[in-house]
Design a protein around this ligand. Sequence first.
Ligand SMILES: Cc1cc2nc3c(=O)[nH]c(=O)nc-3n(C[C@H](O)[C@H](O)[C@H](O)COP(=O)(O)OP(=O)(O)OC[C@H]3O[C@@H](n4cnc5c(N)ncnc54)[C@H](O)[C@@H]3O)c2cc1C
Ligand code: FES
Ligand code: FES
Length: 1215
Amino acid sequence: MERETTSTKRNGLLFAVNRERFELSTFDPSTTMLEFLRSHTRFKSVKLSCGEGGCGACVVLLSKYDPVLEQVEHFTVSSCLTLLGSINGCSITTSEGLGNSKDGFHPIHQRFAGFHASQCGFCTPGMCVSLFSALVNAEKTDRPEPPLGFSKLTVSEAEKAIAGNLCRCTGYRSIVDACKSFAADVDMEDLGLNIYWKKGDDKGMKVSRLPFYNPSDQICTFPDFLKNENNSAMLVNYKRYSWYNPFSVEELKNLLKSNLVENGTRMKLVVGNTGTGYYKESEHHDKYIDLRYIPELSMIRRDHMGIEIGAAVTISKAILALKEEKKCGLHSEGKAVFKKIADHMEKIASGFIRNSASLGGNLVMAQRKNFPSDIATIFLAAGSMVNIMTGLKHEKLSLEEFLESPPLDSKAVLFSVQIPYWDLNRNNTETDTKLLFETYRAAPRPLGNALPYLNAAFLAEISHCKTSDGIIIKNVQLAFGAYGTKHAMRAKKVEEFLAGKTLSLGLLHEAVKLVRATVVPEEGTSNPAYRSSLAVGFLFQFLHPLVDACAQFSNSCLDGYTLLENASKIKCNYNEFDHLQNPALLSSAKQVVETCREYYPVGEPITKSGAAIQASGEAVYVDDIPSPMNCLHGAFIYSTKPLAWVKGVKFESRSLPDRVTGILSFRDIPKEGENIGSKTIFGIEPLFADDLTRCAGQRIAFVVAESQKVADMAAKVAMVDYDIENLEPPILTVEEAVKRSSFFEVPSFLYPPQVGDFSKGMAEADHKILNAEIKLGSQYYFYMETQTALAVPDEDNCMVVYSSIQCPEYAHSVIARCLGIPEHNVRVITRRVGGGFGGKAIRAMPVATACALAAYKLCRPVRIYVNRKTDMIMAGGRHPMKIKYSVGFKSNGKITALHLDILINAGMSADISPIMPRNMLGALKKYDWGALSFDIKVCKTNHSSKSAMRAPGEVQASFIAEAVIEHVASVLSMEVDSIRNRNLHTFDSLSLFHEGSAGEPLEYTLPSLWDKLASSSSFAYRAEMIKEFNRSNKWQKKGISRVPIVHEVSLRPTPGKVSILWDGSVVVEVGGIEVGQGLWTKVKQMTAFALSAIQCDGTEDLLEKVRVIQSDTLSLIQGGFTAGSTTSESSCEAVRLCCNALVERLTPLKENLQEQMCSVKWDILILQAHSQAVNLSASSYYVPEFTSMQYPKLWCCSERGGGKSSDWGNHNFES
Ligand SMILES: Cc1cc2nc3c(=O)[nH]c(=O)nc-3n(C[C@H](O)[C@H](O)[C@H](O)COP(=O)(O)OP(=O)(O)OC[C@H]3O[C@@H](n4cnc5c(N)ncnc54)[C@H](O)[C@@H]3O)c2cc1C
Ligand code: FES
Ligand code: FES
């Protein structure tokens, strides 16, 4: 890519990033904006996480000038999908562009930090940009001026501002609070925990303490130099690359006719390029034709027949246009159809996708690739038409014909789509006919980036039946889609069946049967029965209110018109009721944090260390470290077979593809080294499969190339030659593992003893459940930052590796063993991790090791940012398992005996799997099962190794315990809560069955916590209210429950080092890694607290003087690993020991100085200490005493049905 700095008449690409001018005369048109920003600019706040438009980590604000209206429009887009060629003449603003540590942070950054809305921070810059866009656009409205310090944004808009931005660490409540704090109509009482105010502060005080926002302090998002630039039809035509912006249909036709699209040329028509979020490019296109500049494709035309929307119009603009119909004085029914279509389209993807995704792109994907489109379904029910151009031929087809015709070829162009205006009374002949139109959608999430399981849209003309006082369905159009069908389709049989009939329950019953037979997902579709039942449910939801209306009014003497009006009103009420299910996105909650001044600032809810630079995007993650000279990029080639001989890896061309430097496998490991990729106390996992691959997803080789994109592409096209000769079939199920006795050994100290006498317990039972089965699946970590490392060779056979890892010490030793060099030749550096959840503990080691091996062999720096797909395939994740249980219980719900047979699928290597039995039994201790017997097998299978993931084993065990409890409750028809209550361990039963776990009577807090939760949440009262609600509603919609959890906490030895510099600032190193849990913040607080014991002036500001720095395995050894929710605390203790030593060393000097001057300032004391050669650096290695190594931590959580309160908590997890 060549960058020019002068402004000339040009064919190249011109744009601005954070007001800086960028002009490119050549570029590869397949380059995304994200690739460009991250590799060719200093703006690294745009993060790559999903690469599919699904998470918002890469969101930027795109500003575009409309020379006709002389207006700049601002909207967000996902930079991971937006192609560089399509931003010509635009201005990009990233989070750094809003503010930064040098010029001052933007109030958005400050408030994200102040509301504790950033943990690992990987998602935060994208969130900030989304909010900024909402603020900018709210200011453009003609709403009244907001109060001082606020914007014109409403609370409801603020809540939606970040819809589609995913965060894996922080509770959304704090993020939304940060957003809502800008809204003019916010109730300050609703805003949760923050650093700005304390309980009891009045509203004025609260407002005055928020970082001030002044809407008129506008950031320049569109520099003037872009306004006068002319666009050229041909943006770039260089070597084999070209990007065209045809300005007319003629130009487009000429391009399509020209030899640039002859066979063999890889040409692509493009609008928003969001289609690649769903269909990854399987080939490299080098010629792009951007359709957005052709007026016919970008127009929106209205007349009395309907609305015609150009195919290149974005979904966002189409929504606005359809809503504008409200203002056009159209008849209400016609308007309602448009409005319903617009409302449905607001559920498609997220704002930053809708802002660039076109209607045409969506429909072409639906037509050509069977994409499960919402637009196709709702447009189909509304009777839409499309205009297409195939070759020189223009055609107008019904959408149905279009969808059913053979896939469009790459030269066919969709021009526009026409949605008719439904005005039944246009000719004034049928005044008694009413129109009903509804759309439906069921998806994993109601808003934001979840494709539907099924969508539907129904349009019906109904009239009053004069003879029977009922409602006649004159005509109906029923469209269903996305349920595992080639394309959206009309349920013609059902339509024909209903047409002309009078509505009744019997008719509805028959129609529903027909729908069930019609909407049948294709073979291989997931959850087919659920999808068919959705279709049934939606039709029922559509027609049943009308049946109700008939029943309600049949005995009254209403005329036909009133009957219909009432029927529509009833329907309307139902619909409103639907909306009321989610009146606001969030329910309210309160968090009260009590702190104690005695240990100030320990325990204070202060701003997370580094939160503001995380928000502005200046925080440096491994992939943000600039590439050293000659840096290469790696990608893994992994096995696609569960068990096979690997005979070789090759490329189609036989030689290495262009720009690929090499390919490494186990054969490239130095002879002094070892094929090791990770280690735990249970053994090692090889870095690469040797001659035999033992699971799909096992690393076979590592391709090294000049860029990450080239390396990924090469890994994708590499062909592995497999052979399964003389191999037994792979073990793919736990049952098969049992059959073939394929297990990992569990050391006896990790296999707890059985509890009580199971047979006796069963004999005492009044009821028994025998051999019930539960199956638990796996789970992927979805850290926002995928696995990443950078290895830089150093002098004298040394290797420095930057790794995003929870246990650098282990990676250090694995790398040394793999390369066959002494450990003092290796240095692993970790500053921060963009989300770990356990997945960056063991599974990060092979990534760092592969880079180190390649760098060692090629004597060049090598880095990797593992793409999401490879990461998901290789990660392993949570252990799936199969459980059989038999339980005996009394009629009053007391459980007397439980037996568990548990088969854990551990995958191909031991990893941490042998600890699973112990962890599981720990979590089961919450209930007194009477007798508890179990048989737990850790099965070795040909799957990827399962690893530590957020409370490994404990999560599954807690699930099992609750499944048993619920099963017992359902057999006895008793409230689940009462069964839980009855079976909670008392101190005595806990001591009896699990000696040593109960501690002292006062330490066992589960029963008292249980009661406290009931009273603080008014549990009994709320349970009664919910019962009442359910009693008076047709559907059971609400529930409430409280669930106890016990978690055994263990402390591990941890090192620390505190050094005081000449100016009194303090630098701290600890073994623990900052993975977003706030470890650095706690360590800073502890340092400030412990050093303040010196009792001199200025120590109250010590917090500001402390910096915790990156972990470096040579600077601080024995760092251990960050997991188990205690590393912050043990790191704090290590630091406290260091500070105590420093205070002891400083005390004589301080007393001396105090005698000379009445008060001693911290800075003076330190200056003097340096001059007098006091050792101002102290290290420690905190080794917990055996008694404090383990203590059970008990707590309860409550959760609600019909809402998501448990999802919104502000978690503080480490692993
Ligand atoms: C994260 C995410 C979530 C999504 N969720 C949903 C959802 O819930 N429901 C839903 O319906 N859709 C959903 N989509 C799909 C989205 O609506 C489409 O990706 C988008 O509309 C495609 O438009 P585009 O302009 O980006 O097309 P592009 O990606 O530019 O093009 C897509 C394809 O169509 C071709 N093409 C584009 N325009 C024309 C034309 N006028 N004539 C001929 N060929 C053309 C292109 O060559 C390409 O092959 C989602 C997409 C993403 C990324
Ligand atoms: S949306 Fe672009 S990285 Fe996820
Ligand atoms: S803070 Fe949002 S992903 Fe970690």
